[in-house]
Write a protein that binds this ligand. Structure first.
Ligand code: NZQ
Ligand code: ZN
Length: 395
């Protein structure tokens, strides 16, 4: 087991009606002026936003709203939000939404606490994260795990570069998680979330360090639970047990617990980010579209790992089978599962059609930050590898 640090400071309040505690939670942190950040219409339509504002008023907190955050949030919107936070004198940023809204709120909080200089420089690693305003999150979709993660992912509108910034200071101070808030999700968003939750664990499970028994058990148990509940949630987004399990799994999958003691891989995430940046696809859909190709390209690096995944997560019967066969069956089971949820498993299913070789090369170049990095740790991938994986998905 590698040395690790695990810091998870987010206070989690889970259960029906817990959004009504938003005001009290913010007040406990000493907040007086709260900027409430939300997305399109969903939080308004459901009445959630009004309930949250009422809770802030009840706690005696001044508030201002900043809505319209685009899925795959854009830097220009965040800059506007920073200005609003500064004009209002916000001392806490409260996100009401999913990963996009929470990431935007994290970025606004960072910008408001550091008004000098260019905000994007944090994402370029030119400025260290040393202070930020506190962030609270009221989660409305189980997916990105941003409610407890240390990450904020933004897309630059001008260059279409999508980048994540990680810092323990970016973890929200509190997360309010009421599974009933997710009942209004369209089936496609539910299943995008299922894929993303699985992938946050898979992108840790396929790593260069193995032998972490407890971490493996946690990861495998989470995956089995998400697979089973994902099927039910796909059929019925008001299945209380399934939606509750998915919500809790979404946080656990991305708060680092499922990969402790080993380096993260996250190559499929990086491959997917380029597709979101280029075509603005939903994050989870980009992951299912590339994962099978990534796995088919990489499994031979450690067939035993894929075989273990197949036996323990997909309950494949190992009798009479070697590791190679089990590994390939495990990949097929995963891809079949994505397909059974209506999720894309290649570029045409994703919706961008078959891409030209020149387009694939540009995607691969961008994924290497134009030759500045490799991706992944399970198997380290350079430009040629990335290009080949995009080719495999290009049908
Ligand atoms: O904007 P509204 O109207 O709220 O609609 C949203 C949006 O269209 C809708 N939605 C959310 N809750 C709803 C609802 N519709 C009906 N009822 C509800 N209860 O769902 C759509 C997607 O929302 P979004 O926030 O974009 O989804 P998600 O949570 O998947 O977040 C995706 C973003 O998070 C980033 C992704 O790259 C992407 O930008 N990620 C953030 C991570 C992190 N911070 O740790 C890690 C992830 O790997 C990921 O990269
Ligand atoms: Zn993700």
């Amino acid at each position: 087991m590698h040395a690790f640090e695990f810091y998870q400071p987010t206070a989690i309040t889970f259960g029906p009606g817990t959004e009504e505690q938003a005001g009290a939670k913010a007040a406990q942190l000493g907040a007086k002026r709260v900027l409430v950040v939300y997305g399109g219409e969903s939080a308004k339509r459901s009445g959630l936003l009004d309930r949250v504002l009422a809770s802030l008023e009840e706690a005696g907190l001044a508030h201002e709203t900043f809505g319209g955050i685009h899925p795959n949030p854009r830097l220009f919107q965040v800059r506007e939000g920073v200005q609003k936070a500064l004009d209002f004198g916000a001392d806490l940023v409260l996100a009401v939404g999913g990963g996009s809204v929470i990431d935007a709120a994290k970025a606004i909080a960072l910008g408001a606490a550091n008004p000098e200089g260019d905000l994007w420089d944090f994402w370029l690693r030119k400025r260290p994260v040393e202070r930020t305003l506190p962030v609270g999150a009221i989660l409305t979709i189980s997916a990105a795990g941003s409610e407890t993660s240390d990450t904020a992912v933004l897309t630059r509108d001008d260059t279409l570069v999508k980048r994540g910034l990680g810092s323990s200071l970016l973890r929200p101070k509190f997360a309010i998680m009421d599974p009933e808030l997710t009942y209004t999700l369209p089936p496609f968003q539910v299943t995008c979330g299922v894929v993303d939750i699985m992938m946050h664990t898979l992108d840790r499970y396929f790593t260069s360090v193995t032998g972490n028994l407890l971490t493996d058990e946690i990861a495998e148990g989470l995956l089995r639970t998400v697979i089973a509940c994902g099927r039910r949630a796909h059929q019925n987004s008001r299945d209380e047990q399934a939606m509750s399990e998915l919500m809790w799994a979404g946080s656990l999958s991305h708060n680092d617990l499922t990969g402790l003691g080993a380096p993260k891989d996250f190559a499929p995430h990086q491959l997917g980010h380029e597709l979101s940046a280029r075509f603005d696809f939903a994050h989870g859909a980009t992951l299912s579209a590339v994962w099978g190709s990534w796995a088919r390209y990489c499994w031979e690096t450690n067939p035993a790992r894929f075989a273990q995944y197949g036996v323990r997560v997909w309950k494949l019967d190992p009798a009479g089978k070697g590791e190679d066969q089990l590994a390939q069956e495990a990949i097929a089971a995963t891809v079949d599962y994505f397909r059974s949820l209506g999720m894309p498993t290649c570029f045409t299913e994703l919706g961008c059609g078959v891409q030209s070789e020149a387009e694939l090369e540009e995607l691969a170049r961008r994924c290497t930050f134009y030759g500045q990095r490799t991706i992944g740790t399970f198997r380290v991938l350079g430009y040629e590898d990335i290009l080949e994986i995009y080719r495999l998905a290009n049908h």
